[in-house]
Ligand binder design. Structure first.
Ligand code: ARG
Length: 588
């Protein structure tokens, strides 16, 4: 379905033309004075210069030419030349009924489906997930769902950090603890054990121990670096250990991400890019893209228009080792080969912006990706604690994701059992569902690039701009609809007929914006726009609810119309929270 605002603009265009003015002035916007009108058109002001006429005169000419039977109920030319517009109730009602009959709620599928690859998550294998990875997962998942909702082919890639020094550290520590394992016997030629020599719990203890020890002990660090080097060059025993680390970690990561309702299509990592590095470097040298700088190999990426310093992208250190940028470029080589993406979106901490600017420029310059491929960096800000500093545990340590989720669920559980008597099991389940909305909405309702304060009290509140408030609204609608059907009424075939109050009209106008909000959120890769929308929609619903007797309405036609609007409102809210990555319980 066309967006309501576009239909409105079309009508205004016809009126501008009929009055002898160019239709390009007819653009309609949402009203910034909702007390006076619902939509407005400022084109007469813009046209005054061209036509050497008073804007009010133009506005009056246009208003007198507005046709009948369209979406405009009334239009008024007001000083100094605005056109204030109110929409026809019956027209919006019809628009909403059409939305309700469409499984996509009036959101048109793209006519130009693209292959979009989203690089998000980015956990480092064998290190516990922390809150930084939370933001990437939450935002990336939502962006993925938004793109998919628009009808694009979307691949989410977790892009694990699985190839660095942390692997060498684990190998070194394991060798120190269990030197007799066959992986460390260079003369061993048999099969290696199937079973990993550690559990995930042990692995998570091995890494920090090794990391701390290496900081204090030079020779140990050297050994870990050497082990990393051997692993990266195909050492048989270390490769076997690496495979164990991967299997154990990936199983754990899958569990953690699935607790967050986050799913990846591709479980690739930095290690998968390694095979592409030698060929890529060879070509860059051969084709003159790379030059030697102080023994290292670099690609210049500076552009004339740069106002900030733009260091070259380093692709090989003087000792031959590759770097973060090398891996990201090689990953693009691989992605191009395997998927030919039209668009690659990186959801990464905004502090890595320079790195990605270098990588994107190098990739375009060297033809790793075609000129037309879009590369976007969706950098997110820091999640801070109430003290305004990066979020920590009460003891000041790095907050593990699982603990953070547990803390929120605990808080939610308390709130749920405070107010009502539900069974223990149900309360636990509901706390989890609502807790997820608290975390995700708390994050997504901020523009991604901004830092934000993770405030457990605020995020778990049932009032204000929070996930639980949105869920509470959905649950409230569900409960009304349940009572309605329990009284023997059907939900099928109901139609919205006009508006019976200002509150109802306001709710109808909000509901009609769904497709335009979703398209805009896609264009700007901005889940926060969806949050802002459902907050408005939930508010409009609750105002309507407080002013209206729905179940006690005696005129059954009016009641049916109310219920139809409720059904649609619920569908829209559910559809929106689905792209945000959470869902509503049956009751709470
Ligand atoms: N593993 C990295 C980190 O924890 C994030 C990876 C981001 N993605 C990428 N293609 N570099 O900082």
């Amino acid at each position: 379905m066309k967006q309501l605002i576009d239909l409105l603009t079309e009508e205004m265009k016809a009126a501008f033309e009929a009055a002898g003015y160019d239709s390009s002035y007819a653009r309609v916007t949402l009203s910034n004075r909702p007390d006076l009108c619902e939509y407005q058109c400022n084109g007469a002001m813009a046209g005054a210069r061209t036509y050497k006429k008073a804007p009010l005169q133009i506005a009056q000419d246009v208003v007198s030419r507005i046709g009948q039977g369209g979406c405009i109920l009334s239009a008024e030319a007001v000083k100094p030349g605005f056109i204030n517009i109110k929409l026809d109730d019956a027209y919006i009602a019809e628009y909403l009924n059409n939305m309700g009959e469409d499984t996509r709620l009036g959101l048109e599928e793209t006519e130009d489906p693209r292959t979009i690859l989203i690089d998000y998550g980015g956990p480092n294998v064998a290190k516990p997930l922390h809150v930084g990875h939370l933001r990437s997962a939450i935002i990336g998942e939502s962006v993925k769902r938004i793109c998919r909702r628009m009808g694009h082919r979307v691949l989410g890639d977790i892009h694990m950090g699985d190839w660095g020094y942390q692997m060498g550290l684990i190998i070194t520590e394991l060798k120190k603890r269990q030197p007799d394992l066959p992986y460390f016997d260079d003369s061993y030629e048999g099969e290696y054990p199937e079973e990993a020599p550690f559990t995930i719990g042990e692995l998570e203890e091995i890494y920090p121990t090794a990391s701390a020890y290496a900081k204090e002990h030079e020779d140990y660090r050297e050994e870990a670096l050497h082990a990393t080097y051997l692993l990266q060059n195909g050492h048989r025993g270390y490769t076997a250990v690496w495979n164990h680390i991967m299997r154990v970690s990936v199983a754990d990561l899958k569990k953690n991400y699935s607790n967050l309702n986050v799913e990846f299509d591709l479980w690739k990592g930095e290690s998968d890019a390694q095979a592409y590095i030698p060929g890529m470097i060879e070509r860059m040298k051969r084709e003159g893209f790379a030059r030697v700088d102080d023994g290292a190999l670099v690609i210049d990426v500076k552009e004339d228009s740069d106002t900030k310093e733009m260091p070259p992208c380093m692709i090989q250190k003087s000792d031959g080792a590759s770097l973060y940028g090398t891996t990201d470029l090689a990953t693009l080589v691989q992605r191009e080969e395997d998927y030919h993406p039209d668009h690659v979106i990186y959801v990464v901490d905004k502090r890595q912006e320079l790195h990605f600017t270098q990588v994107f420029r190098a990739a375009k310059k060297t033809g790793i990706v075609p000129e037309k491929t879009k590369l976007s960096f969706l950098g997110f800000g820091t999640m801070n604690g109430k003290d305004g500093k990066p979020f920590k545990t009460r003891e000041g340590g790095v907050m593990r994701l699982e603990n953070l989720i547990a803390e929120i669920n605990e808080e939610m559980y308390k709130k749920i059992t405070d107010n009502r008597t539900v069974s223990e099991d149900e309360a636990k389940e509901t706390a989890k569902t609502v807790g997820m909305s608290a975390i995700k909405y708390g994050d997504l309702s901020n523009q991604a690039s901004k830092d934000y304060v993770f405030d457990v009290d605020r995020f778990t509140s049932f009032e204000g701009n929070t996930g639980p408030y949105i869920l509470y609204t959905i649950v409230r609608i569900k409960s009304i609809l349940n009572k309605y059907t329990e009284a023997g009424n059907a939900l099928e075939g109901l139609r919205i007929r006009g508006a019976h109050s200002g509150e109802e009209k306001a709710l109808m106008l909000e509901a009609a914006k769904y497709n335009s909000v979703m398209e805009n959120a896609y264009e700007e890769l901005a889940p926060h726009k969806i949050c802002a929308y459902i907050y408005e929609l939930a508010n409009a619903f609750n105002r309507f609810y407080h002013e209206t007797k729905i179940l006690a309405e005696e005129d059954t036609d009016v009641q049916k119309s109310y219920v139809a609007l409720l059904v649609l409102t619920k569908q829209i809210l559910e559809s929106c929270i689905d792209v945000l990555g959470f869902e509503a319980p049956e009751r709470m």
